[in-house]
Design a protein around this ligand. Structure first.
Ligand code: ADP
Ligand code: GLC
Length: 475
């Protein structure tokens, strides 16, 4: 087996704040079938330390940004994990990036430390003799890993950085250059300098052999300022090394055949039972399409459009169950919708994996009105569950949903509805179309069937990553 080290700040099932964790957790399994052994390096946050107490130490860094760093190796759900224990950086209450909504002030050091250790492992290997041939960094948290490797002298390990969300760029002031162990002579616009300071994401994008992102459309969008958010020029300059590789979903976890009320492409009938159960859970009676939303509540996700479009959708017979958390104002706005439309709208503020499964099983449609969406996973869960995706035509949403326009309907290939731009009029129009399609049972059944038949697993993407790694292997 060829060897690749994946470096990230979160990984299912240990820590998750978003789709990044799902992808990082799924890649090792997907790549194993492609001849690549992937180990995942991640911080040992407070909640993980007890669990790894007796894992063997495989790497030690005596001076890791103000304290000792130890890497412990173990297996979680079949994934080979490397957890970086550095209590001075990671043993604290709160989330991986912030506490009470405020970013940890030493985030630059915390994730530089993760990246530093990744680069050292790539150069010197672990105590058990394992050394990767490829280092695969994810997002800004791992951005300095390819940079440390590139600036540390000749290297035989190839590097890849994947952009899951370019909105988070890992910015730090320029005076941190030495603190972060970066070479002053690389502080210029073609290398480390970014708007007068530093960006770990940019550092990774400048130094990695390949840059990937999580859908072909997002890769193209990133060359435009409104999506590239300052890094569009760099993406364009490195276009020959940029690839968009769609995420997959874990088809054993997201499988309507293993839900409380199992159903399948061949026997879709019992989806109605799951729907009734979901309605009962929220005391809803919905004559038209029952829409669901499972999402972080942030500006990216377009949730602020819901209060504008929902009244007409409800009047036309629709209903909504929403599960999410995030922005406090959006949480309040969503709860207000539930109060305003009792019997039609149910809202749960929080994070609940089990509930999200019941929602995908019971919903008729899943709404994803994102302003930008690098890939998006919930529209793919929707496809798999015959829960028709209604999505903004951006990024991975545009790449995974086939819009029910007249031609697609005539060909029988439509799997959902897409709309653009991401604004209230376009979203409202898509919901009107949803109501109309849902009221035409034959057409609706055809869309549901096509959606469920669409492949959303990892196979094709794992092969694409393997080919990418093979292409950059060094002697
Ligand atoms: P992002 O990473 O931008 O949040 P994705 O669609 O890639 O968007 O991934 C989001 C992941 O988090 C999905 O697996 C989704 O089901 C899950 N998720 C988001 N919010 C919640 C929630 N409140 N409860 C349960 N799962 C959630
Ligand atoms: C980011 C993006 C999301 C993507 C996920 C996994 O969180 O916002 O679109 O699916 O990363 O790549």
């Amino acid at each position: 087996m060829k060897r690749v080290l994946s470096v990230a700040s979160e990984c299912v099932p240990l820590v998750k704040t978003g789709g990044l964790a799902d992808v990082v957790g799924a890649l090792p399994g997907a790549l194993a079938g492609q001849g690549w052994e992937m180990r995942v390096l991640m911080p040992a946050y407070r909640g993980l330390r007890a669990r790894i107490a007796d894992w063997p130490e495989v790497f030690v860094e005596q001076d890791l940004f103000g304290g000792r760093g130890v890497v412990k190796a173990g297996e979680v759900d079949g994934v080979a994990m490397l957890l970086l224990e550095a209590p001075h950086l990671f043993d604290r209450d709160g989330g991986p990036y912030n506490s009470g909504g405020v970013d940890w002030p030493d985030n630059p050091q915390r994730f530089a430390a993760l990246s530093w250790v990744a680069a050292r492992i790539a150069r010197f290997g672990l105590g058990d003799g394992w050394r990767p041939q490829v280092l695969h960094a994810h997002d800004w948290q791992a951005g300095f890993a390819p940079a440390y490797l590139a600036y540390g002298g000749p290297r035989d390990v190839a590097t890849v950085i994947t952009i899951h969300n370019i909105a988070f760029q890992g910015w730090a002031p320029d005076w941190m250059l030495e603190t972060l162990r970066l070479p002053r002579h690389e502080f210029h616009p073609a290398a480390l300098e970014y708007y007068g300071g530093l960006s770990s994401l940019k550092a990774g994008m400048v130094t990695a052999d390949k840059i990937t992102t999580v859908s072909p459309s997002y890769a193209a969008e990133l060359m435009r300022p409104e999506f590239g958010l300052g890094l569009q020029g760099l993406i364009e300059a490195r276009a020959a090394d940029v690839a968009g590789i769609l995420n997959g979903v874990d088809e054993t976890v997201w499988n309507p055949e293993v839900e409380d009320t199992p159903y399948s492409l061949k026997k879709p009938g019992r989806k109605a039972v799951a729907r009734a159960a979901l309605c009962a859970e929220y005391g809803l009676e919905v004559p038209g399409p029952l829409a669901i939303v499972v999402s972080r509540l942030t500006d990216q996700k377009g949730m602020d459009l819901l209060p504008e479009v929902l009244p007409d959708f409800i009047a036309a017979g629709g209903g909504l169950v929403l599960l999410g958390s995030g922005d406090k104002a959006l949480e309040a706005a969503m709860l207000a919708l539930a109060n305003r439309f009792p019997g039609r709208v149910g809202v749960t503020i929080g994070y609940d994996e089990g509930l999200s499964h019941r929602m995908f099983a019971g919903g008729d449609a899943v709404l994803v009105p994102s302003r930008f969406e690098p890939c998006g996973l919930t529209q793919m869960y929707g496809l798999r569950y015959g829960t028709v995706p209604v999505v903004a035509a951006v990024g991975g949403l545009a790449d995974t949903v086939i819009h029910a326009n007249p031609a697609a309907l005539a060909q029988g290939v439509a799997t959902g509805l897409t709309f653009q731009p991401t604004d209230a009029p376009a979203f409202a129009e898509a919901l009107r179309r949803l109501v109309a399609l849902h009221a035409a049972p034959k057409t609706w059944a055809q869309i549901v069937k096509r959606a469920m038949a669409q492949p959303v697993g990892w196979e094709a993407s794992a092969a694409a990553y393997a080919a990418l790694y093979d292409g950059i292997l060094r002697a």
